[in-house]
Design a protein around this ligand. Structure first.
Ligand SMILES: [Fe+2]
Length: 272
């Protein structure tokens, strides 16, 4: 019976192809009008280009200046601030080495492309298909790594954990039933992400919350989705403390979420 099921690699390729087709269909609808979108099979609603300004505001701390190189944003708290859930050694390695490497590699990739240097990273990734093919994969991986980690640091904090309040909690209850159901769905997505990748809570273009997972450093904005919460399940995020125990890392990670920060991201995204 197992022969009837695609391998994780095949399944990942299928998902990737489906997203690519969905995105091309959406972009095509921009040029030939809304009628095409109405005729297309149902797909995840995406944010339109007109909303990019607000999407960019979500990550204003890393919006580079025109012509400038991308820079590593400082960790907004001490390396030990997330102890005991995420240890200082992991945070130092993760931020100072891994994230820094993504920034360096991204800048190196753009060295011969001055028009792309310093472009808002959200905008750059949203239009990844416009990036020259020679550097597209490098920009996708390292630009995504830069954006994803910048979000990751921002949505955690030393007084994290608990639950969101207000409109975000209402939206979670509406989308998933209750907070516990959301937590279970997000944990499941993160647990089942094969190999390296992320699980995300995103807001789609219809202002609906979704839990998704993405491989490698693929950023939700590449699919027109606003990232609200992301959890890094690359082994470099947890192996120093948790070795191969991803489930233990995920259980601890919930205690680091800064829901006030996430709530601000939600308010900005739903206003887009
Ligand atoms: Fe990471």
């Amino acid at each position: 019976m197992s022969g009837q099921h695609p391998t994780p690699q095949v399944w990942s390729a299928i998902q990737s192809a489906a997203r690519s087709i969905s995105r091309r269909r959406f972009l095509g609808s921009l040029s030939i009008g809304g009628a095409a979108a109405l005729l297309a099979p149902a797909a995840t609603p995406t944010f339109a280009r007109a909303s990019l300004h607000t999407l960019s505001l979500l990550d204003a701390n890393i919006a580079a200046q025109a012509g400038a190189s991308y820079t590593l944003p400082p960790l907004p708290y001490d390396y030990a601030a997330l102890e005991p859930h995420i240890d200082a050694a992991t945070m130092r390695l993760h931020h100072d080495r891994h994230h820094a490497t993504y920034v360096t590699n991204l800048n190196n990739a753009l060295a011969n492309y001055p028009d792309l240097q310093g472009r808002d990273i959200v905008d750059l990734l949203y239009h990844i298909s416009d990036v020259p093919e020679a550097i597209r994969t490098t920009v996708r991986n390292n630009g995504g790594g830069h954006l994803n980690h910048s979000i990751f640091w921002a949505i955690m904090g030393p007084t994290g954990g608990g639950q969101p309040i207000g409109a975000l909690l209402d939206a979670i209850n509406t989308a998933f039933g209750d907070f516990a159901a959301f937590k279970a769905k997000m944990t499941d997505a993160a647990t089942k992400q094969f190999g390296s990748g992320w699980a995300w809570l995103v807001l789609d273009g219809a202002k609906q919350l979704q839990v998704i997972s993405r491989p490698n450093q693929d950023a939700p904005v590449m699919d027109g989705l606003a990232a609200l919460v992301g959890v890094d399940v690359w082994e470099h995020a947890y192996y120093l403390k948790y070795q191969n125990r991803r489930a233990d890392y995920l259980a601890a990670w919930w205690n680091t979420i800064n829901w006030e920060s996430v709530g601000k991201r939600f308010d900005q995204a739903r206003g887009a």
